[in-house]
Design a protein. Structure first.
Length: 242
């Protein structure tokens, strides 16, 4: 029978898996170069690749002060129409007090990035020598390791939901969603390429052998795909890598 291992024991037994960021840093460090540069680029890569993940799915958030807080990427989405109808219904309940602030924040976090951006963008106001988010628009905020989110008041979202539903009826949103995902994927591959070039000092061009993409840059991309569960680097040639 397997026994439970306390966190401190797990660390001594080497059973604690490194974070995704640490694994990206390790992948870049193996290429050589300065570790500080690897850490800098790893943070940028993680941010860009997570945008690819959350462009078509959101996050499940939760936790407390004792157990800690988490934000886990969702693995699927209900589709744009269902997302809009669901978030509209939850916003109406939140406005009349039938849905708690915490439940409203969880519903908002579950939205894919592409849907969030179509419904609300934070308003910035001038404060002293810098601009800051207009807090009068916020229902609250949520933070977890590597994740921070601000949530609009539900009454600000409702008009945009109705507009987007009308647009969806007039023209299905599949093309728009595909374009947004393409932009996120392009930013991610460019971040990986920039990291490879600085860390190795090499351009990192396409290398094709027996009709398949190979080479150190492509291997790095496939390793990062393995870390985040993405498919940015297929084995076949693609315009994305030209």
């Amino acid at each position: 029978m397997a026994r439970n291992i306390a966190p401190s024991d797990a660390a001594r037994h080497g059973l604690i898996m490194p974070s995704k960021l640490e694994r990206v840093i390790a992948a870049l460090s193996r290429l050589g170069g300065d570790r500080a540069a690897a850490e800098k680029h790893a943070k940028r890569i993680q941010w860009c690749v997570l945008r690819v993940v959350t462009s078509s799915s959101g996050h499940d958030i939760g936790g407390d002060d004792d157990a800690g807080f988490h934000a886990r990427p969702r693995t699927s989405t209900a589709g744009l129409g269902r997302e809009l109808r669901d978030i509209g219904g939850r916003a109406r309940k939140a406005v009349i007090g039938k849905l708690s602030v915490e439940a409203w924040m969880k519903a908002w976090a579950a939205l894919p990035d592409r849907t969030m951006r179509s419904l609300w963008r934070p308003k910035l106001i001038q404060a002293a020598k810098s601009r800051t988010v207009d807090r009068d628009q916020l229902a609250g905020s949520f933070s977890a390791p590597g994740f921070h989110m601000i949530v609009p008041k539900p009454e600000l979202v409702l008009p945009a939901v109705e507009i987007e539903l009308e647009r969806l009826k007039a023209k299905p949103g599949s093309q728009r969603r595909r374009r947004q995902r393409d932009e996120a994927e392009h930013a991610a591959t460019e971040a990986i390429r920039a990291a490879y070039q600085e860390v190795t000092g090499n351009k990192g061009g396409r290398v094709i052998r027996n009709g398949r993409l190979v080479g150190r840059l492509h291997s790095l991309g496939q390793e990062i795909d393995g870390i985040f569960g993405t498919k940015l680097y297929a084995v076949k040639d693609s315009r994305r890598h030209r």
